[in-house]
Design a protein around this ligand. Sequence first.
Ligand code: AMP
Length: 173
Amino acid sequence: MLATRYGVHHISTGELLRSEMAKGTDIGRQASVYVRAGELVPDALVLDLLTDTLRQASEEGGWILDGFPRSLRQAEEAYRQAAMTGATADAVVYLAVPDEIVRERIAARASEGRADDTDPSVTERRLGVFHSETEPLLDYYENRGVLVRVPASGTPEEVAEAMIAEIERRQAS
Ligand code: AMP
């Protein structure tokens, strides 16, 4: 919804990885062990997959990165690469949702075909990894003055509306 609103590319690292896994490529085979276990795919693999896609999207008017960065090392490397091309992020959106709602959402979509949604122990591992590896990025981006926090327990439409309102309020100030 956000990508449509701003006319930019939507790039999800999870989708990129699942597409490589479905095609059975080398990257897909290496990544699947981690994805199925609820672990982060090693930074080098994710960055490898992302670089060309991101460069192309930057040339074509911009991007929304979804599910990236997930670790401090990814954030630092992404900044280093983006700074070279002047394509750094205007805003970093944190969708704040209690763990209990995350569990309910994942359980509700478990029949939609993602192997890592069907096993509750994998869900718990993903939540654990989020809190230990990804949550520290909130301070990182807050310190850089680009963090936008959006309560995200509502419907997709409500969350998209809140996101756009916050981003525009920030741009206007
Ligand atoms: P997602 O579709 O964003 O929920 O991602 C699904 C899975 O793909 C995650 O649980 C990770 O195993 C892997 N993944 C997606 N994005 C990243 C990333 N930026 N860094 C490392 N692993 C990732």
